[in-house]
Ligand binder design. Structure first.
Ligand SMILES: O[C@H]1[C@H](O)[C@@H](O)[C@H](O)[C@@H](O)[C@H]1O
Length: 563
């Protein structure tokens, strides 16, 4: 069974894994420069929301262009992650990282000097191409240079840099939003700095010894191993990698498309199912929806100053970042499997709480009491409650409130240039109106907001240590060397494809199912994920990469997991 197989593996390679042996500082340097790729991934996906608030006014962007500028990056990342597998196997991890940081720098320049929206789109696509390659290469590189007992932690640091990048992006968005003219150029262009740092750094850093050995560059591989293992005896690790490459050649054959060989060879096929499944479920848990709509969620919770919205997003990404630190700390203490299972359970319960909060708010949604004369030719006038009003992206809720109730409320069209105001009427220029008049776009005043707020914080606290980083960490280790680039490319591609799908469908889904329906749906998906992980994910902690394939020699869902 699984447990005895694991202990067998531990004794077969245990000799080379001495947890008390000091790890050379050089490995941390490698991990740091690689994880700058994670930082860029996080920064460039995170910075766009704040930049968009300014861009849509300055460049007069309609909804389609806003959507294009946000989603094109994620779409391009999907394409380049899939293509990155081939580049990775062919040119090596180091050249791919150099290439990605170069692409990031070029993208950053294009974005900061963009004269119009078309050039902006080119810049966003360029940056996306960099993100895709980075997202699949960096975890592989870190996993391949790390000693087994530190591998989980070092690869998870890359995820910490992703959430760190998202956090810094939201702080930069907040800071530059005070400089009105052209400040989006700084927001989007700042990523050139870490990209250049990574490019220069990687000029001096070595290629992965495993890739070198696979390409028959044995001498170089041995030199790199000596460099990254300090005064350890590298003979055993060197021999294990070499033998496993030879065995792999015999077992899985050599010719043909790698993806077909992965699919025809049962253990790698199972690993691919696990890897892609984890990445799919990560996105289906709704992380990016929760992060993106966190400002709205917090507004519902009573913080109604629009100027603060950008800082509220920073608070959310800070929470995501801080709890990823917990993941880095736990991954080598409790292992990948328990961490992921615990995280999913907590995420599912928090989503239930979020959904219940939204449900109670919807059921107690304030009624529309005023129907201004000129609203009759707009669809907004048809809605009878705040809930149905705000689910229509063209409408907002204009109202007064005292300490106990909402009154004098109407549903009116939103100003399409700035959703901070109505298109006409009492809430046309909210700042001048005063007198207790409020404008709510995307949310309703509710007294159940505290449930939603607690749900949001718990969601991030549970998601960030496990389901955030583990799909990346596990994918970096479950494939044998010959299948590693392709396996990671496929699973990273799945991650990006589901990222696009979830973000493009959320608002439509909310229109049909309302917010609580959408969150109940995510809850259901998370419980499915729990079953999937319970049945399929073996523990890879502490094992040498070359031994992990054996964990997939049994059927998925049929294993006896005692861990
Ligand atoms: O692991 C990361 C992380 O959790 C991010 O916060 C999220 O935006 C990404 O989509 C995900 O891949």
């Amino acid at each position: 069974n699984y447990k005895s197989k694991r202990s067998l593996l531990e004794t077969s390679t245990g000799a080379s894994v001495d947890p008390n042996h000091p790890t050379p500082v050089f490995v941390y340097v490698l991990a740091f420069f690689s994880a700058l790729g994670g930082f860029l991934f996080g920064y460039d996906t995170g910075v766009v929301s704040g930049a968009m608030l300014l861009l849509k006014k300055e460049m007069n962007l309609n909804a389609l262009w806003q959507e294009l500028l946000v989603s094109s990056t994620v779409g391009a990342a999907a394409v380049s992650a899939l293509g990155g597998g081939f580049l990775n196997g062919w040119l090596g991890r180091r050249v791919c990282i150099l290439m990605a940081s170069f692409i990031f720098s070029v993208g950053g320049f294009i974005l900061s000097f963009a004269p119009d929206k078309v050039v902006l789109l080119v810049g966003r696509i360029t940056v996306g191409l960099g993100i895709g390659i980075t997202s699949m290469t960096v975890p592989v590189y870190i996993a391949e240079v790390s000693p087994p007992q530190l591998r989980g932690q070092l690869v998870t640091i890359n995820s910490l840099f992703i959430t760190g990048g998202q956090f810094i992006a939201s702080v930069v968005d907040g800071a530059f939003s005070y400089l009105s003219h052209d400040s989006w150029r700084y927001m989007l262009g700042l990523s050139v700095l870490p990209a250049t740092l990574q490019f220069v750094g990687f000029f001096f850093l070595p290629e992965s010894p495993r890739w070198l050995l696979q390409k028959g560059r044995d001498q170089e591989a041995r030199e790199v191993l000596c460099q990254i293992r300090g005064d350890w005896d590298v003979d055993e690790e060197y021999d294990t990698i070499k033998t496993s490459i030879e065995e792999e050649k015999k077992e899985a054959g050599q010719g043909g498309l790698v993806i077909l060989r992965i699919l025809c060879h049962a253990p790698t096929r199972r690993a691919l199912v696990v890897g892609c499944g984890l990445q799919m479920f990560q996105q289906l848990s709704g992380i990016n929806t929760v992060m993106y709509y966190s400002a709205t969620i917090l507004q519902m919770a009573g913080i109604q100053d629009d100027k603060q919205a950008i800082w509220l997003t920073a608070a959310t990404s800070a929470t995501n970042f801080v709890f990823t630190v917990v993941g880095v700390w736990l991954v080598e203490r409790v292992g990948r499997r328990k961490l992921t299972l615990g995280s999913l359970l907590g995420t599912g319960l928090s989503l239930t709480l979020l959904a219940v909060g939204f449900l109670l708010s919807a059921q107690n949604s304030p009624a529309v009491t005023l129907h201004p004369a000129n609203s009759l030719n707009s669809s907004c006038s048809l809605y009878g409650s705040c809930e149905s009003c705000i689910l229509d992206p063209n409408c907002g809720f204009c109202y007064r409130e005292n300490s106990t109730e909402v009154f004098d409320s109407s549903c009116v069209p939103v100003n399409l240039v700035s959703t901070d105001h109505a298109a006409w009427g009492r809430c046309l220029n909210q700042t001048e109106v005063g007198g207790g008049l409020m404008w709510a776009y995307n949310y309703c005043p509710t007294s159940y907001s505290w449930i939603v707020l607690i749900g949001l914080i718990l969601y991030l606290a549970f998601f960030a240590p496990g389901m955030g980083p583990m799909p990346w960490t596990v994918n970096s280790e479950i494939y044998p060397l010959w299948a590693r680039s392709t396996g990671n490319a496929a699973s990273a591609g799945v991650n990006w494809i589901f990222n696009v799908l979830v973000s493009l469908t959320f608002l439509h889904m909310a229109e049909v199912l309302s917010y609580y329906g959408a969150f109940f749906l995510y809850t259901g998906l998370v419980f499915l994920a729990l079953l999937f992980v319970f049945g399929c994910l073996p523990e890879t902690q502490g094992l040498q990469l070359e031994d992990i394939e054996q964990l997939f020699s049994d059927q998925l869902f049929h294993r006896e997991f005692t861990n």
